[in-house]
Design a protein around this ligand. Sequence first.
Ligand code: AMP
Ligand code: GLY
Length: 425
Amino acid sequence: MNVLVIGRGGREHAIVWALRKSPKVGRIYCAPGNAGIAQMAECVPIGEKAFDELGRFAREREIGLVVVGPEDPLLAGAVDYFSSIGIPVFGPTKAASEIEGSKSFAKGLMAKYGIPTAAYASFDDHGEALAYLRGRKAPVVVKADGLAAGKGVTVARTMEEAEAALKAAMLDRVFGDAGSRVVIEEFLEGQEMSVLSFVDGETVLPMVPAQDHKPVFDGDQGPNTGGMGTYSPVPHIPDAVVEKAVDTIIRPAARAMVKEGRPFRGVLFTGLMITPEGEPKVIEFNCRFGDPETQVVLPRLKTDLLDIMLATVEGRLADVRPEWSEEAAVCVVLASGGYPGPYKKGLLIRGLDRVEQSIVFHAGTVFSADGAMVTDGGRLLGVTATGRDLAEARAKAYADVEKIEYEGKHYRTDIGLKALKALDA
Ligand code: AMP
Ligand code: GLY
């Protein structure tokens, strides 16, 4: 079967890499892809939201499955479009993607169905939001309602910071329309964990959990990014807590979406805070594979990914039992100097040919006119290694990180250390 993957990041590279292993997959195309994906799939220069063009291409190349990676095209109706022209497509509809596209929709759903999450209020009016905020205490969390590339959330340590975040979103409109509505949320303390699940309406198949590192600097310092690295498993969070999250959060959320007339099919990403009492609570839902969670989850998947995706699309997940490797995986993200602020592009990347023990998932790379691989984004590469345990996977990934060179190279040196320290203690 020929497959078309839509997207251009590390997540899509990991999806292409996993699909490549399936004997049932024929040609793989990626629109638009990146310089790394081009080494294992045919990249086609069509934008993620150019649906008519994508549809024509899919017909021409006899695509049997379209896989939509990012939230943007999902929220723009990619799945509704491909369904309407009769091409099987993996991902939630536009209506179901609202679980990520509108934080107030997601919070309302959780309130209605008793799904544990931080207490919150949402506002369209800056004056009302400010009055409410002044009745709260720091730390407090201010979130733009809509999509803001992972940057719309401020965990404010002081009231000044919280008021500034509110002003930036609602008055200065730094996130555009995404910030015309805000959610003000109770600050949750604890350990974060991401659980991605295959969902086909009622059936939920959780994948192995992962932990992301959002802040740009070691020790969780500095502004939030799309994610600076991940690891899986998360050994210091007991299996019973993960099971509790599935039973009290993820399955109820899938059932709630069916009841609301927005059945979810695809990957539901649940960002959790595990409180010091061991209670899982929702930080956010996303309507897609996580990035860079996918880069450590899919390398542990032993079952054919195409089979699971087709079962999801066809509503047969109840018959699927995915198998996972016992190995650990660590992904270290190499970013451009300055990210998540302004950064240079077009800088030569050297040393990828010397990488020995890792898979390098590309996120922001392109080939320049003269065929050299150059930087083209904030997050550039996800150096991913597996090993008997996290310590081994970490050692391998960081050994390869050292070999890659470009001007302004930035990465965190502490990916996975939280788990190792917790295990020691
Ligand atoms: P989000 O985009 O909603 O995942 O938020 C980005 C990051 O902000 C999360 O990964 C958390 O680290 C943090 N965060 C979001 N909501 C809360 C909350 N209610 N309490 C504490 N931290 C939060
Ligand atoms: N790593 C967080 C996300 O994909 O949203």
